[in-house]
Design a protein around this ligand. Structure first.
Ligand code: NI
Length: 255
């Protein structure tokens, strides 16, 4: 099983990071994509990927930290991207729920990093919260400009209709712990209707642990709970689902 999105560099793994990573295999996790959120965590992400064979890195600046982005940060991301373990730019996007960075800066930095991904020929991992329409418009414009760009909407939390629009643009979506929550009716519907060849599994560890671990620190091995829920919703075996989502993950990250 592959976890397409985790933050193992997070301080919540400070005390047991090594043991956790060394035990991934025996807990059923073959591979983890570790996602950066600012320059420092992108550096940490690449360091983890250099150290462990079963981790690859994604680098970029999250909308929360958009106001830290400048030419110097961009130069450093370009340097980092030369490492053979880097697979994508992310997570980048818009977050109008927390508004940790001013919205005009979030928009500008999202667009700049899309240009960066185009220049580096890397796929893009997108974070979007309370900004569904604007995120979609920016991605649609980018696809009109650069048709070969590939986007993954991480922790997809929008409508079924918008999911279909993303499918038309050739995008992927990733679902995690939220799909197991009892009140996540729309996301369960998305899990049923999404094209099976565009669906990825993720944890977003240490955040958003699935039921029955909800509220605890999330870990890559908890991905099995989301996998089981989605398999049940689609009426297929969990083995079949994982085989397909793992293939999708490798295709998205060019692995
Ligand atoms: Ni994340």
């Amino acid at each position: 099983m592959i976890d397409s999105h985790a933050h193992l560099d997070d301080e919540k793994f400070e005390y047991d990071r090594e043991t956790l990573i060394e035990n991934l295999k025996e807990n059923g996790i073959d591979f983890v994509y570790n996602i950066g959120a600012n320059l420092q965590s992108s550096i940490n992400s690449v360091e983890l990927a250099r150290k462990y064979e079963n981790i690859h890195a994604v680098i970029g600046v999250h909308p929360h930290d958009a106001d830290t982005y400048n030419d110097e940060v961009e130069e450093k991301l370009i340097e980092l991207s030369k490492d053979k373990n880097v697979r994508a730019i992310g997570e980048i996007g818009l977050d109008f729920y927390y508004d940790n960075s001013p919205r005009d800066i979030q928009r500008e930095v999202f667009k700049r990093q899309i240009e960066l991904a185009h220049k580096l020929q890397l796929p893009i991992v997108v974070h979007s919260r309370d900004a569904a329409g604007e995120t979609f418009e920016i991605i649609k414009e980018a696809k009109e400009k650069y048709n070969e760009l590939v986007f993954l909407i991480h922790c997809y939390s929008q409508s079924v209709e918008l999911m279909h629009e993303y499918m038309k643009l050739g995008c992927y979506i990733a679902l995690g712990g939220v799909v197991t929550f009892k009140n996540s009716k729309v996301i369960k519907e998305v899990a049923k209707e999404v094209s099976i060849d565009r669906l990825l599994l993720e944890t977003d560890a240490p955040y958003l642990a699935p039921v029955p671990m909800r509220g605890k620190r999330n870990e890559p091995m908890f991905i099995k709970h989301s996998a089981q829920e989605i398999a049940n919703l689609r009426g297929i075996s969990v083995e079949e689902l994982i085989k397909i989502t793992d293939e999708n993950t490798k295709r998205f990250y060019n692995d």
